[in-house]
Design a protein around this ligand. Structure first.
Ligand code: FE2
Length: 239
């Protein structure tokens, strides 16, 4: 298969810590995920009580659900992560984010490596817009080049149960440098694991559904201290 990103785009990713790829996913593939997510919510909550307020579904849809499995393992995605230098890909985590109209909550500025850490850090985050995402309905905001600021914290399993933050740097984010990325349905935003990003609340009447996927390289160490762990019978898998 031919490369999904050009040399220039790779240089851009290195420099900025993110890359916007328009029209990466077919609109019909986006719609399939949206209707499947709706079905899953309905099955989970037949009375419909939570359906309008559910925030997200995580974290193993790509392994547990056939529709998400198929989308997450598209050859185009496999090629893309290979282009980005992930030689032995393992699909670690997925999340379906609803960002419901009028009530979709904000996600404060963070680095994904806080939650999914590897040594060395060889991981990529993929954020698929399943609907048009603009400033009014809570699109992604990023700090370009902010992946060079270093990892601020890790979210780890605490001794004796539960989780805690391990903080390396408690300085504030230079949020004045945040810039919004308004994208059309089907766009993919590739995120470096150290890139600071956020999304604001959705007070508009338009929902802003997105699907995210994190893929690591099997050659690096995935620490036992990461909050997200799989049992030996249910290991991370590749494509
Ligand atoms: Fe994130």
């Amino acid at each position: 298969m031919k490369p999904r990103v050009t040399r220039e785009q790779l240089a851009e990713y290195e420099r900025d810590g993110f890359l916007v790829l328009e029209k990466f996913a077919d609109p019909s593939a986006c719609d399939r995920l949206r209707s499947r997510a709706e079905e899953l919510v309905r099955e989970f909550d037949p009375a419909g009580i939570m359906s309008q307020s559910i925030n997200k579904i995580g974290h193993a849809l790509h392994d547990l659900d056939p529709v998400f499995d198929q989308f997450s393992r598209l050859p185009a995605i496999e090629q893309l992560v290979s282009d980005l230098g992930i030689e032995e890909p393992l699909l670690v985590q997925s999340m379906y984010i609803f960002k419901q109209p009028n009530i979709g909550g904000e996600v404060t500025c963070h680095q994904d490596a806080t939650f999914l850490y590897t040594t060395p850090l060889r991981m990529v985050g993929l954020w698929f817009a399943l609907e048009d995402a603009g400033v009014e309905n809570g699109c992604l905001w990023v700090i370009p080049g902010g992946h060079k600021l270093g990892l601020k914290s890790r979210f780890v399993r605490a001794e004796g149960g539960g989780t805690r933050f391990e903080v390396f740097d408690d300085s504030r984010w230079p949020e004045e440098q945040l810039e919004p990325h308004e994208v059309k349905k089907g766009s993919l935003i590739v995120l470096h694991p150290l890139l600071p990003h956020l999304s604001r609340e959705n007070l508009s009447p338009k929902s802003r559904q997105a699907y995210t996927l994190h893929i690591m390289d099997a050659s690096v160490e995935y620490p036992n201290s990461n909050w997200l762990q799989r049992s030996p019978e249910f290991p991370f898998q590749g494509f």
